[in-house]
Design a protein around this ligand. Structure first.
Ligand SMILES: *[C@@H]1O[C@H](CO)[C@@H](O)[C@H](O)[C@H]1NC(C)=O
Ligand SMILES: *[C@@H]1O[C@H](CO)[C@@H](O)[C@H](O)[C@H]1NC(C)=O
Ligand SMILES: *[C@@H]1O[C@H](CO)[C@@H](O)[C@H](O)[C@H]1NC(C)=O
Length: 288
């Protein structure tokens, strides 16, 4: 893999955030509808990124941290037609956020995360570094946006093509649920295996959807999607599909964190909400 020289101008390039929120959250909605305690009826029809977590909607935690850290100059949330108005209502609190619909009405029509990212980039003519965040993810308290974006800038000062992703340790029985990163000695990602069996990789490093893509990597989205034009949705659904393709072409480095909240089903939602209500120790500085 080739790297490049220092590019002082790109080091100071500005950054946009794209939050991927076009999923239909079918599993969680099914759990809620099936729940017989009646305690979660108020969550029916709420898209995952807007579920109340502690004192605020899930992605409101991101908006606040992004805004106050000052590391991005625009935030785009990509959702679908079904939830567009719900997101517009929520956005009332955040004038600096833009909402974009991917035009789909149900899960069968979904474009997939990579196409949604591309849609946001084309629609807003983004020509900057891009921070991509999965709208159903929050991290533990050791995570800091400032720390990660500072590391990204430092990497880009050495090589302006650099990209940065996160990784946290997972258990043996969890490799089949996540994208798993294999690293070389320099903390560079050499492979990403999508949901491998524990016997298919020695790595136990899961990769959540939080990517810092350099400006020079963004045009490769077009190339990827063009190559996958005829491919089934499964090959471009997960944002990791692009990442595992990109790391063969551009340097992708890793920043380690302790873990994440994965709000995919009712029990993991309750766990996350309870943590924010009862255990979060630094509410004001969370994720900053
Ligand atoms: C919901 O409940 C039905 C009937 O009890 C059951 O068959 C189904 O598996 C449940 N679905 C989920 C996602 O728990
Ligand atoms: C964004 O941050 C600025 C200070 O950096 C603050 O004045 C403003 O109220 C914040 N907006 C939101 C919506 O949090
Ligand atoms: C719910 O999600 C969590 C986190 O991904 C997982 O560990 C757990 O096994 C899931 N529970 C069910 C019942 O699927």
């Amino acid at each position: 893999m080739i790297c490049c020289g220092v590019d002082a101008i790109l080091c100071n390039a500005s950054m946009k955030a794209v939050i991927l929120a076009a999923g239909y959250g079918t599993r969680l909605q099914r759990d809620i509808e099936n729940d017989t305690t009646g305690k979660f009826q108020h969550l029916i029809g709420i898209p995952k990124p807007l579920l109340p977590i502690g004192h605020a909607a899930l992605i409101s935690h991101w908006i606040k941290a992004l805004n106050e850290s000052g590391c991005v100059d625009a935030i785009v949330v990509v959702t679908n037609s079904l939830y567009y108005n719900t997101f517009e209502d929520w956005r009332g609190n955040f004038p600096n956020v833009k909402i974009l619909s991917d035009g789909t009405e149900n899960n069968e029509e979904r474009l997939g995360a990579v196409s949604c990212l591309q849609l946001a980039i084309k629609h807003f003519k983004i020509e900057d570094d891009v921070l991509v965040i999965g709208g159903d993810t929050l991290f533990k308290e050791d995570f800091s946006i400032l720390e990660v974006t500072t590391k990204f800038k430092r990497l880009k000062a050495r090589c302006s093509d650099s990209n940065l992703v996160l990784s946290y340790p997972c258990r043996d029985d969890e490799t089949t649920k996540y994208g798993i990163l294999e690293l070389d000695g320099d903390q560079r990602v050499c492979h990403m295996k999508e949901k491998p069996l524990p016997s298919q990789t020695k790595s136990r490093r899961a990769c959540p959807c939080f990517y810092l893509f350099s400006k020079t990597s963004i045009p490769l989205l077009d190339v990827f999607l063009h190559e996958k034009e005829m491919a089934p949705i499964e090959e471009k659904d997960a944002p990791g599909n692009f990442l595992s393709w990109l790391l063969l072409r551009k340097p992708v480095l890793v920043h380690h964190i302790s873990g994440r909240f994965d709000v995919g089903n009712l029990s993991s939602y309750i766990e996350c909400d309870t943590f924010f209500r009862e255990k979060l120790s630094h509410v004001k500085s969370y994720m900053k």
